[in-house]
Design a protein around this ligand. Structure first.
Ligand code: FAD
Length: 395
């Protein structure tokens, strides 16, 4: 009987899924099983679009089509919470399973807390994430190393290296540290991210801790739902589960700690470290914010922004909606106050900003400052939204 806290190594029983999957296809095999058994109505995953730099979200209801979504797209920077909240009506009337990087899982949880997504209708199959790569800068980076982007078959990040598989059995390895010193490599928000394992999902899949059997995923069971579906799938012969070894568990923990420490170093390096109240940070970024053209792309792409009547877009107060560009600092203050408690550093706002304002960094810094001020440590079973916590603590 599978239980919360159990850890396994596993791959799919179906050899075609093993071949297509990133690390043995357990996740895809589980999706196929969930659809075949009618446990979910549909699966929300990601598939390759025009090329490997183009990750496209896909809603699949035919078990035979799930294989299209197998594999990892490291330039897939999208956030799944937006799709569920905006386009699947919060899963109020559909039962889905969804692949979640840690930032997807955190955004989904923020929306569950706010009653925008129905938890019981969602099964979250989490994937560990050491960071995603921005598509266009990645193509430019490949060119700077003399690599034709169309010849790249696959890319992965492993053991501190960006590994590129090129047509004709060629392979190039570049140190991530080297890349990031030159401001290439992972997105900036990913470099600062301390959450590599999606602990609020039902199951977490990853390659860390797989030491003696390549083409396998390490799976951690995080909820009763996760335990139940893994148990059923294994009994049905869909997955080949074996208990994770003590060495594998240790290796996974060790790598996670290294990544968390690296993220803290990036925060140290990137944050402005302004003294005083958390909003003081905003003034530090005055020059950046003065480039704002009020296009609202940041608001529209944010997974946590869901108000249909956005106060920033309303007629009142006038200072917000007047034609003045750049807007007054209050405009940004309003948005940041609104987001400060719930920003999950997913980077969507910064990705779409046409004025290259480091919006994600600003929100992340303000959020970190708030946590520091109120000595807040997020817990795995956290029921309270952080802002409620701050208000209670403030008295
Ligand atoms: C961007 C990224 C970074 C990763 N970094 C790490 C890491 O540092 N350490 C680690 O242990 N594991 C990491 N993984 C997870 C690992 O590479 C495997 O994906 C995992 O072990 C599952 O393997 P599988 O063969 O069972 O999955 P598969 O059967 O291949 O299924 C993979 C699932 O992931 C979905 N997917 C692919 N790309 C994305 C994306 N960009 N966003 C959301 N969903 C996506 C697919 O649609 C599919 O549903 C990362 C994965 C990704 C996508």
């Amino acid at each position: 009987m599978v239980q919360i806290g159990d850890k396994f190594c596993s791959n799919a029983a179906d050899p075609l899924i093993v071949e297509k999957g990133e690390s043995g296809g357990s996740l895809t095999a589980l999706y196929k099983f969930l659809l075949e058994e009618g446990i979910v109505d549909a699966v929300l995953a990601v598939k390759r679009g025009a090329d490997i730099y183009d990750a496209v979200p896909v809603l699949i209801d035919n078990p035979e089509d799930v294989i299209e979504s197998a594999g990892a797209l490291h330039c897939g920077t999208l956030n799944m919470a937006v799709i569920i909240e905006k386009y699947l009506r919060g899963a109020f009337d559909i039962k889905i399973a969804v692949t979640t990087k840690p930032c997807d899982a955190m955004a989904i949880n923020e929306l569950i807390k706010r009653g925008r997504i129905v938890r019981k209708n969602i099964i979250m199959l989490g994937i560990n994430c050491g960071g995603t790569l921005p598509p266009v800068p990645t193509i430019k980076m490949l060119k700077s190393y003399g690599i034709n982007q169309d010849m790249v078959l696959n890319e992965e990040i492993s053991k501190g290296k960006f590994i590129i598989e090129i047509e004709g059995n060629e392979r190039k390895e570049i140190s991530i540290d080297e890349l990031e010193e030159e401001d290439k490599g992972r997105r900036e928000n990913c470099r600062r991210c301390e959450f590599n394992i999606p602990r609020t999902a039902d199951l977490a899949f990853g390659n860390w801790g797989v030491i003696d059997s390549p083409k396998n995923s390490f799976i951690e069971v995080l909820t009763d739902t996760g335990a139940e579906i893994l148990d059923k799938a294994s009994n049905k012969g869909v997955l080949r589960l074996k208990k994770a070894s003590a060495d594998g568990i240790m290796v996974r923990e060790k790598i996670d700690k290294i990544m968390v420490n690296q993220a803290k170093k990036w925060q140290e390096k990137m944050f402005s470290h302004v003294e005083g109240e958390f909003l003081a940070v905003l003034f530090k970024y005055d020059a950046d914010l003065s480039r704002c053209i009020k296009c609202f792309a940041c608001k529209d792409s944010c997974p946590i922004c869901y108000c249909s009547d956005c106060s920033l877009k309303s007629e009142i107060p006038e200072w917000v909606n007047n034609a003045e560009v750049p807007p007054k600092p209050l405009f940004h203050m309003e948005r940041l106050m609104h987001m400060a408690d719930s920003c999950i550093n997913c980077g969507q706002c910064e990705d779409v900003c046409p004025a290259d304002i480091p919006l994600s960094k600003i929100s992340h810094e303000i959020n970190s400052k708030l946590r520091e001020m109120f000595d807040y440590t997020p817990g795995i079973d956290d029921e309270l939204p952080p802002f409620s916590y701050f208000l209670i603590k403030r008295g």
